[in-house]
Design a protein around this ligand. Structure first.
Ligand SMILES: Nc1ncnc2c1ncn2[C@@H]1O[C@H](COP(=O)(O)OP(=O)(O)OP(=O)(O)O)[C@@H](O)[C@H]1O
Ligand SMILES: [Mg+2]
Length: 226
């Protein structure tokens, strides 16, 4: 079973060097019917490299193309040009949670565990750790339709973390978090970094800047290192 937009990536590059690399990525959206088609160029030359043990921030104004770029990095959206190389497993937390209203939190973890190819005991162990870290185990048997926005955000992030991926791509993961959860998030992220995992985070908050090893900005379709 495959969950939309979260397929684990296959190894496409060598073991040394970056865990994720994108060079000269270009993307133009096409809108409207064929006879009145308009073109929206979003990315013209976007590049990024993620090395093991790095936390990198991806910033840019609303509509700059951050989510578009991340979807291309994950492989859930086609690009028009450029190269993307992935090593190991990728966990992806989309900006809009991709959740099923009628399923419970437990059922989500089981579904995604299968999609990631995890065995039942690994899923179970990882799930209870995530319930602990983000403090939402009391909702394990609650359907998504009854969850608050913040708890949905925790589940959305938990599903990306479930397979303990080498590379984590997070699209504004903490927009709906309270302060305590936000701090727990950074705790967990720092631990992952110490274990040599890499994390790319789309963020809006300038106050976060000192938490990142590097910041990459998307401006007029191009990436600029800050
Ligand atoms: N499926 C689509 N079809 C056509 N245009 C799109 C599509 N998705 C995004 N766009 C356009 O592409 C541009 C970049 O959108 P994107 O969502 O990547 O920006 P963003 O930097 O993530 O913005 P935000 O900070 O608001 O999340 C916007 O102008 C948006 O309207
Ligand atoms: Mg976005």
């Amino acid at each position: 079973m495959t969950a939309p937009g979260r397929e684990p990536a296959v190894a496409e590059a060598g073991a040394s060097g970056p865990t994720l690399a994108a060079r000269h990525v270009a993307k133009t959206y096409r809108r409207g019917p064929m006879w009145r088609r308009t073109r929206v160029p979003v990315l013209t030359d976007a590049s990024i490299e993620l090395y093991p043990g790095e936390i990198v921030g991806l910033v840019g104004e609303n509509g700059a193309g951050k989510s578009t770029f991340m979807k291309i990095l994950v492989g859930s959206l086609d690009r028009d040009g450029g190269v993307v190389e992935r090593v190991g497993r990728i966990g992806y937390c989309p900006q809009e949670p991709v959740l099923y209203e009628r399923l419970t939190c437990d059922e989500h973890f089981e579904l995604f565990g299968e999609a990631y190819g995890l065995d039942a005991s690994t899923t179970e162990r990882s799930r209870s750790e995530l319930y602990d870290v983000f403090d939402f185990g009391r909702y394990s048997a609650t359907r998504v339709e009854e969850l608050s926005g913040g708890t949905r955000a925790k589940l959305n992030l938990g599903l990306a973390l479930l397979p303990d991926p080498e590379v984590l791509l997070l699209d504004e993961p903490y927009a709906g978090f309270d302060w305590d959860t936000y701090l727990r998030f950074w705790d967990l992220t720092s631990r992952r970094r110490a274990e040599g995992r890499s994390v790319l985070i789309i963020s809006h908050f300038v106050a976060d800047e000192e938490r990142f090893d590097r910041i990459v900005e998307l401006r007029e379709g191009r990436t600029v290192e800050r």
